[in-house]
Design a protein around this ligand. Structure first.
Ligand code: ADP
Length: 478
């Protein structure tokens, strides 16, 4: 049974309840984590407050950077074990988990190196005044993360907050707590000051809601569903505190007739089947210019049919979905599309050796899909690709912008002027041209427009979100 990490120590929760750790590849329970209570959340927030008043609050930016760098190195030293833990916990293929852990380490490396490069400004003002814009931590930052990329999300959310000198409380998703607890142990081993990083496992509506409503936190970073994101923002509005929300997407991949098809196809496929489609940046809509539609669809279908799904340790293209609820949700979307007579263009397969009790769904590609269909508008969060034909640039932009989301887009064309026209026309936080980066890209500011959320994570912009600015006005005349 795994305990909570509060104030630099492993502690039992205030309640006696536990949550099962279930392997999505087999459906079996193989461990337990603590079901943290609102009281545990209060303890973690108190520990963070104490850290800010104590050693952590007094530490220099240089020392913070060194701790984060050391944590990065420690994660890499334990990469094989942590990847195994992450893969079993999430169901993702081992190679994907290994990549995620590498990115986790990279977050701590990037923000460790950035910690002592952050500085304020001197602002020109009236004579005899020195005006300084100081950059300070916000204080106690809360981090509520989802189950799809737990390892990456820990780094993405926590590393910039610590680099700026905030004290953090992390609530991992109830389905996937193990990597967060492992990283907490590494943080303890390297001697990160007590209370700078706290982890409380538990249910969203219990521990998560208590964290979002805690009156002593100064900021929340949330990644997850629109439904819960709306609750988080409402909770923030009551105090009020600032929040960064990353709420998913329905990202288009736009293929023009002049695209380099052979380069595009493997990247387009990876962008939808990576993590079994459970990726907020999944390229789940494939927009193809009508003049090449038939030939392109035939070509991509050849590769799509070869996609295989299996358990995490079979290390195939796709793992299982996270749990039975997700499996049912995705299966319902597929059934609804079939019932609406949307043609199936290709289907991958579930490997015969995949345990029957796992939460598997074979990748599937539909087309042509009307833009009003649910699978063209809603975030399915599974390996379901909707192919949609378009006529010209304006039509491509219109379709790309036709959902409530605006997270990422991919544009495939060799025409430079068109690349820019289309990129400027699309509402999205990131646009990739002749490439696509689902996950990773630690250096690249990332976040949503429209219903995909607000605020930016990754890159140096993330540091702005977790900084407070103080204008210091000093009169030195007479
Ligand atoms: P998903 O649909 O991907 O499971 P959720 O939005 O339900 O996404 O969950 C994302 C994170 O938000 C998880 O850590 C979950 O425990 C947490 N969560 C769920 N409900 C709430 C809530 N009411 N308040 C705060 N956190 C919540």
């Amino acid at each position: 049974m795994k305990k909570l990490f509060i104030g630099g120590e492993w502690v039992a929760g205030a309640g006696n309840a536990v949550l099962p750790v279930i392997c999505p590849s087999t459906g079996e329970v193989y461990d337990e984590v603590t079901r943290g209570t609102p009281q545990d959340i209060d303890c973690a927030v108190d520990a963070a407050a104490q850290a800010l008043r104590g050693q952590w609050g007094r530490t220099t930016a240089l020392q913070r950077g060194r701790w984060l760098t050391e944590l990065s190195q420690e994660i890499l030293k334990h990469r094989a074990e942590l990847s195994q833990i992450e893969a079993r916990d999430t169901g993702k293929p081992l190679t994907t988990a290994h990549n995620d852990v590498t990115i986790l380490a990279r977050y701590f490396e990037f923000y460790g190196a950035a910690a002592d490069k952050v500085s304020g400004e001197v602002i020109p003002f009236e004579s005899d005044y020195l005006v300084t814009l100081l950059r300070e931590p916000l204080g106690i930052t809360a981090h509520i993360i989802p189950w799809n990329y737990p390892a990456q999300m820990i780094g993405r959310s926590i590393a910039p907050a610590l680099a700026m000198g905030n004290a953090t409380v992390l609530k991992p998703a109830e389905d996937t707590c193990l990597s967060a607890l492992y990283v907490a142990d590494l943080a303890r081993e390297i001697g990160l000051p007590d209370g700078a990083f706290n982890v409380v496992t538990g249910l969203g509506e219990e521990a998560g809601a208590a964290l979002a409503q805690n009156s002593n936190i100064d900021f929340i970073s949330f990644t997850g569903s629109n439904e819960v994101g709306t609750k988080i923002q409402a909770a923030c509005a009551r105090r009020p505190v600032k929040c960064v929300l990353e709420l998913g997407g329905k990202s288009p991949q736009i293929v023009f007739a002049d695209a380099n098809i052979e380069r595009a196809i493997p990247i387009i496929l990876r962008a939808i089947v990576q993590n079994a489609g459970q990726t907020c940046t999944a390229g789940s809509r494939l927009l193809v210019q009508r003049s090449i539609y038939e030939g392109f669809v035939e070509r991509i279908a050849q590769d799509f049919k070869k996609l295989q799904t299996g358990s995490y340790d079979m290390d195939l293209d796709c793992g299982p979905l996270m749990n039975g609820t997700q499996q049912l949700r995705v299966t319902n979307y597929i059934q609804e599309a079939k019932d609406s007579d949307i043609p199936v263009l290709a289907e991958g397969s579930i490997h015969p050796d995949a345990p029957k009790s796992g939460f598997y769904v074979a990748p599937i590609m539909f087309g042509p899909v009307e833009i009003t269909a649910a699978i063209a508008r809603e975030e399915v969060f599974g390996p379901v690709l909707s192919v949609i034909p378009f006529e010209d640039e304006q039509d491509a932009i219109r379709i790309a912008n036709s959902t409530d989301y605006g997270l990422v887009a991919g544009i495939w064309t060799e025409n430079g002027a068109r690349q820019h026209r289309v990129a400027r026309g699309i509402r999205a936080g990131q646009v990739f041209i002749n490439s696509y980066g689902a996950g990773g890209g630690v250096e690249l500011p990332f976040g949503g427009t429209k219903r995909s959320g607000h605020g930016r994570e990754k890159g140096l912009l993330a540091l702005e979100e977790v900084s407070s600015y103080k204008t210091l006005v000093n009169y030195y005349g007479e």
